[in-house]
Design a protein around this ligand. Structure first.
Ligand SMILES: [Zn+2]
Length: 134
């Protein structure tokens, strides 16, 4: 039964996505509301990608530029629902380090240079050819 409910949720989200380009018909939001209802009743976990698609405050199906605004702010993606104003922040997995330091900052470059200065212990620098065919 739970498996059926999961499929139903998937179907509803697919329907919501297919309805959304047609304009504000209201069907998309209804499908989202239904999907959430089914999910809650049968304790079905919504897929992470689905959770990105709607507002948790008012169940509006999010269409970029129409019902949601997405902004990048200090390594986070902030999505603001244009219907109820609820914000959803998503931590982005990017090239930035965990402590907030930027890649390629002067500090890390200096550290790299120091590491390079210490590293070549047994390497003679006769040839600088980077080609590796042989
Ligand atoms: Zn909302």
């Amino acid at each position: 039964m739970i498996r059926v409910a999961g499929e139903r949720v998937n179907d509803l989200f697919a329907l919501a996505a297919s309805e959304s380009p047609r304009g504000p018909t209201g069907y998309s939001d209804r499908y989202v509301r239904l999907a959430r209802k089914v999910g809650m009743r049968y304790n079905v976990r919504l897929l992470p990608e689905y959770r990105e698609l709607y507002c948790r405050g008012c169940s509006t199906f999010w269409v970029e530029g129409r019902t949601v605004r997405t902004r990048l702010r200090s390594g986070r993606r902030v999505r603001t629902c244009l219907v109820c104003g609820r914000q959803r922040r998503v931590q982005l997995r990017g090239p930035t380090t965990r402590d907030g330091g930027e890649v390629g900052s002067p500090g890390s470059a200096l550290r790299d240079n120091l590491a390079l200065a210490e590293a070549p212990a047994g390497i003679d620098d006769e040839e600088e050819s980077g080609d590796d065919d042989g």
